[in-house]
Design a protein around this ligand. Structure first.
Ligand code: PGA
Length: 225
């Protein structure tokens, strides 16, 4: 099966770069789900690119300066919400409880959810992932997508081996009572995809640093087939 490609721009790119980026992305024919910086989302939607939001607030509307709700994202034509990214957990101190509220809000607003989970180097991965998944998905029956991103692999060029990825994803699947789609993220480039695409348990890839690198995206298109 063709792997899902998710591009997380984080807080990168200037608006002057977006038009050319979109033009080339369409030409490459990679068909990714793009999570641009929110203020650029409309350009992607207008170009019929699957578009997501990198974070939402769990309230629907009101006096929450600087926040964006799931229903606002949906009203623009956004289809996906990325929830619980490592950077949100680490830098903005998002708890599993808050993440659970955000997932519920996103699902209520008809967004498809990609929940990010991942352990730090010194952690017992089973313990951490179990807690992130059980608390994050508490009282939720709708199906979501999980992105497994070991914190120690994000932006570091340190990649777990095939066997490790396979074992961890099977462990994640054992915690959920449906056949959940699991993506791998953490220092993904075309070489990593070439290696990990043979692992059936990996349904796709979440790409951060390389998501704005057009020449790497062209290579990714070549290996992902
Ligand atoms: P990276 O980021 O590809 O730069 O490691 C992945 C992510 O943060 O989603």
């Amino acid at each position: 099966m063709e792997k899902i490609i998710v591009l997380n721009h984080k807080m990168n790119m200037r608006y002057s770069e977006i038009k050319d980026y979109i033009k080339i992305l369409k030409k490459i024919d990679l068909d990714p789900i793009v999570f641009p910086t929110s203020i650029y989302a409309k350009d992607f939607i207008d170009n019929k690119i699957k578009t997501g939001i990198q974070n939402i607030y769990y309230k629907n509307e009101g006096p929450y300066t600087g926040e964006i709700s799931g229903s606002q994202a949906r009203s623009l034509g956004i289809d996906y919400a990325l929830i619980g990214h490592h950077e949100r957990r680490e830098l903005f101190k998002e708890s599993n409880e808050e993440i659970n509220k955000k997932i519920k809000a996103a699902l209520r607003d008809n967004l498809k959810v990609i929940l990010c989970v991942g352990e730090k180097k010194a952690d017992d991965y089973k313990k951490v992932l179990k807690k992130q998944i059980e608390e994050g998905l508490k009282d939720i029956n709708d199906e979501i997508i999980i992105a497994y991103e070991p914190a120690w692999s994000i932006g570091t060029n340190e990649i777990p081996c095939k066997e490790e990825v396979k074992n961890v994803i099977n462990y994640i699947k054992s915690l959920v009572n449906y056949d959940i789609i699991v993506l791998y993220g953490g220092s993904v480039d075309s070489t990593v995809i070439k290696d990990l695409k043979e692992v059936n348990e990996v349904s796709g890839f979440l790409i951060g640093g390389n998501s704005t690198n057009i020449s790497e995206l062209i290579r990714i298109k070549e290996v992902v087939k």
